[in-house]
Write a protein that binds this ligand. Structure first.
Ligand code: CA
Length: 236
């Protein structure tokens, strides 16, 4: 294949990728569903349309194999001392904007200052104080942009654990839409591991101590069970 055709073919592939572009619903973000991945660059970034930064500690950007829609999501992995953010900026005119996104967590602990997960829009960083294990949970926020600028949402992980993001939307709304003081988190759409499935999967991990005095599953073992549920590839 001649190299001169590659850019055109790549552009066509992006255009045909579901969710790669705003879906004509007013979403101003590119690839809001994290479907356009790329080889890991020198900053560790793995999505063509999203930026971010690994600030410190053990952390990583990963292409999430667990998707709310499409085939992928953004997975922020945190180890010891993690601080990592994924972000996308676009040029915004003055007005009100609504950001929505869906978040998912597995075994997220607490980091420095008890920070866990974080959201930012227009330079306003806010702790979500959301950790542990939770299924897809909607975040929404309405904020005012006062002057034309580059701005956008950012999602951060400041603790050990796994933090997925998918289906991010940034849209202009009317001045009648109320501003939010802080990001609003809804109820999870579904728990990560329904009890029935968890019992079935638990059989995959025989108890180390089969005696009747066997201790209850440790948090680590529970993590393994949850990992087996839906996201083995994400936890490798
Ligand atoms: Ca997706």
């Amino acid at each position: 294949m001649r190299d001169s055709k590659m850019p055109l073919l790549l552009a066509a592939a992006v255009a045909l990728t579901p969710g790669a572009r705003g879906r004509g619903d007013g979403n101003l973000l590119d690839d809001p569903s994290f479907e356009v991945s790329k080889s890991k660059d020198q900053f560790g970034l793995v999505f063509a349309r999203w930026g971010g930064w690994k600030y410190k500690g053990d952390c990583d950007f990963r292409v999430g194999e667990v998707a709310r829609t499409g085939k992928h999501s953004c997975l922020l992995y945190g180890g010891i001392g993690a601080k990592i953010r994924v972000t996308q900026n676009v040029e915004l005119s003055p007005g009100r904007y609504r950001v929505t996104a869906y978040l998912r967590g597995l075994d997220i602990g607490k980091g420095t200052y008890n920070f866990t997960t974080e959201f930012m829009f227009d330079g306003k960083y806010q702790q979500l104080n959301k950790n542990g294990t939770f299924g897809w949970t909607k975040l929404s926020c309405v904020a005012e942009i006062k002057e034309k600028k580059q701005a956008g949402p950012s999602f951060g992980l400041m603790a050990p654990g796994y933090f997925w993001i998918d289906d991010v939307s940034l849209e202009r709304v009317g001045d009648e839409v109320a501003l939010t003081e802080a990001p609003v988190l809804g109820n999870e759409e579904a728990p990560i591991a329904p009890p029935r499935t968890q019992r079935r999967t638990a059989g995959l991990f025989p108890r180390a101590h089969p005696s009747s005095s066997a201790p209850a599953a440790s948090p680590a073992a529970t993590g393994m069970i949850l990992a087996a549920e839906t996201s083995r590839a994400d936890l490798s």
